[in-house]
Design a protein around this ligand. Structure first.
Ligand code: G6P
Length: 608
């Protein structure tokens, strides 16, 4: 995950910038750079590899200047070379960037048509040129950024430095975090509070869609409509703890909000973004064309990520998937063929049943691929191939960002299997990849609905039972919705395939029980809508999570409607996870429960 630092200082800042970038090293990166103003002119130093390489460059060719921006880059578009390292510069502006500019190919083509020459393979360079153009048209830096931001789609954070502007830094945030730090006659920007901890513990977090103009004495915040906005200053404990809650009440809330960024990072790790195709960061341990099935084993929320993957692998790769919870699988004595593929999924990489299942599969001669978040874990060490999720440390016991990162990695693996087996054409792969690239931006969009979801959660907190329904790949999401809710609010909740309604749960429906229906506009929409009507006919209380089309087609009284962005439905679980998590979170908060440490549950279950 990239890191951003900006400093408006009193003395030379390049060294300070490198020092605070060091505090972001834990996020992972493969190149780094700094830009400052020397006599009003932009100067840069960049280096491939670790920060010590950048520090060595700076020792050879020091950078003066009391204003600057710096960056650690985790390569997404283009290799981790010095040329692709940030900051990127164009006419009179330098920029550093975290996240993904989803529409960069369109923007790049548009700029090339206007005669702009590109020097890097990055998506970031389009931002530098778009702002540079505006400056050329005579706009001020603030006007230039305000004019450019609406052109960008995706989830990202940006920091800008302008030639001749010794007292101005601009930052912008859409779906990836950015914070302002306040010093004595100094001002700072950082992609997390940890970067700023040596300088200050007085922080303002930008809200989504905000941008900020900083001088040494002031911070002017603007919202997405360019209206001046008031944003609170908070004291952070970042210096005391490696993992900080930011301005969130609970880790779970922070982790829900981090998803556009970490899912973007995970997706980028599995794609060649510029070529628009999947590029797995490892060799598959089997020949996909020779497989007759895939086995998936996991526990809890990780198991439900696996259930989503079953739909994707069967559809994209035309490969049957057998899936089970690890505590059952390990004792079933299921026969397995040598050289088949077993996928285990685990955030911690230490879950006892998952580990034992993996060992069983290995004993049967299977090749094992482990989707793990902790790459130093036992499962990561013992499997044949590690498929990392780049969610960062997950503290809340109820898994959120690790789950959506698991979905992202599994979606890429499913596409890769499809291609290797000749089940997906290059054209379909390109479509699926562009759908994946759009996911972080759609997640950020879904997060914006939080206030409305919180209100619904308030009502939900008075229920004693809740039923979640979904079809197709929304069925595992119905299970996940129910699991999340019961884990942290202790309300009894069940998830059901919508088509099974008539075979049991319909008997429970009355005017008291909320029925939450997940209904993206997918191939199952019509059928899900009939189930909604069955619930309505029995006076059920329907909460629909779907897009405008789903609500229109349902054509019944909806007690509540959580409107989701319009999207291609293939990877809907990644986006629909957001309201599901927020519903559980706000219900538990309304009930005064211990959200991050729910009773009886553990983050990592290392016993049977
Ligand atoms: C526990 C946690 C869940 C998690 C499950 C599997 O039950 O509370 O959030 O999904 O374990 O954990 P793993 O680390 O293997 O993903």
């Amino acid at each position: 995950m990239c890191g951003i630092v900006g400093i408006l200082g009193q003395g030379p800042v390049a060294g300070q910038i490198v020092d605070s970038l060091k505090r972001l090293e834990y996020r992972g990166y493969d190149s780094a750079g700094v830009a400052t103003l020397e006599g009003g002119l932009l100067t840069r130093r960049r280096a491939q590899g670790k920060l010590k390489n950048l520090a060595a460059r700076l020792a050879e060719e020091p950078l003066a200047g009391s204003i600057g921006i710096g960056h650690t880059r985790w390569a997404t578009h283009g290799k981790p070379t010095e040329v692709n390292a940030h900051p990127h510069a164009s006419d009179g502006v330098a920029v550093v960037h975290n996240g993904i500019i989803e529409n960069f190919r369109e923007l790049r083509a548009e700029l090339i048509a206007r005669g702009v020459a590109f020097t890097t393979e990055t998506d970031t360079e389009v931002v530098a040129h778009l702002v540079g153009e505006q400056l050329q048209y005579g706009k001020t830096p603030k006007e230039a950024v305000a004019a450019m931001l609406p052109r960008l789609r995706g989830a990202f954070a940006l920091a800008f430095l302008f030639e001749g502007e010794e007292d101005l830094l601009i930052g912008a945030r859409q779906g990836a975090p950015l914070a302002v730090g306040y010093g004595e006659g100094e001002m700072y920007l950082g992609s997390d509070a940890l970067a700023l901890a040596p300088f200050t513990n007085l922080i303002t977090y930008l809200e989504d869609g905000d941008w900020v103009a900083l001088t040494r004495e002031s911070a002017e915040f603007y919202d997405a409509q360019n209206r001046l906005a008031n944003r609170a200053r908070v004291r952070t404990e970042a210096s005391a703890f490696l993992v900080d809650r930011g301005n969130h009440r609970h880790f779970m809330s922070k982790e829900i909000h981090e998803q556009p960024e970490v899912v973007g990072r995970t997706i980028a790790h599995y794609l060649d973004m510029s070529a628009g195709r999947v590029s797995l960061p490892f060799e598959l341990p089997v020949d996909p064309a020779a497989l007759d099935r895939v086995t998936i084993v996991a526990c809890g929320t990780a198991y439900l990520a696996g259930l989503c993957a079953k739909y994707w692998i069967e559809r994209f790769a035309r490969l049957p998937v057998e899936i089970d919870v690890a505590s059952e699988f390990r004792y079933r004595e299921t026969p397995m063929r040598p050289n088949g593929l077993t996928i285990v999924i685990s955030q911690s990489g230490e879950t006892a049943d998952t580990l034992a299942s993996m060992r069983y599969a290995k004993g049967e001669g299977q090749k094992t691929l482990a989707v793990v978040n902790v790459t130093t874990s036992t499962i990561a060490r013992e499997c044949d191939v590690v498929a990392p999720t780049l969610a960062g440390p997950e503290i809340g016991v109820a898994s959120t960002k690790a789950f959506t990162c698991q979905l992202a990695a599994l979606a890429a693996v499913a596409i890769a299997l499809g291609r290797a087996r000749g089940a997906l054409t290059a054209e379909v792969e390109a479509r699926l990849v562009s759908e994946l690239i759009a996911i972080p931006g759609l997640m950020a969009e879904a997060i914006k609905g939080e206030a409305a979801v919180a209100q619904i959660a308030h009502q939900l907190s008075r229920s004693s039972d809740v039923l979640y329904l979904g079809r197709g790949v929304s069925y595992p999401m119905a299970l996940e919705g129910a699991l999340k809710l019961k884990e942290i609010s202790y309300i009894h909740a069940e998830g059901y395939p919508a088509g099974e309604l008539k075979h049991g749960p319909i008997a429970l429906i009355d005017e008291k029980m909320p029925v939450i229906v997940l209904s993206p506009s997918d191939q199952w929409l019509e059928k899900t809508v009939s189930n909604v009507q069955e619930v309505a006919a029995r006076g059920g209380r329907i909460i629909l999570i779907g897009d405008a089309r789903a609500a229109a087609e349902a054509d019944v009284h909806l007690e509540k409607f959580i409107q989701m962005p319009d999207m291609a439905a293939d990877f809907a679980p990644l986006v629909y996870a957001v309201p599901i998590q927020m519903l559980a979170y706000h219900t538990a908060v309304a009930m005064g429960k211990d959200v991050d440490q729910p009773r009886n549950l553990a983050k990592s279950v290392t016993v049977e």
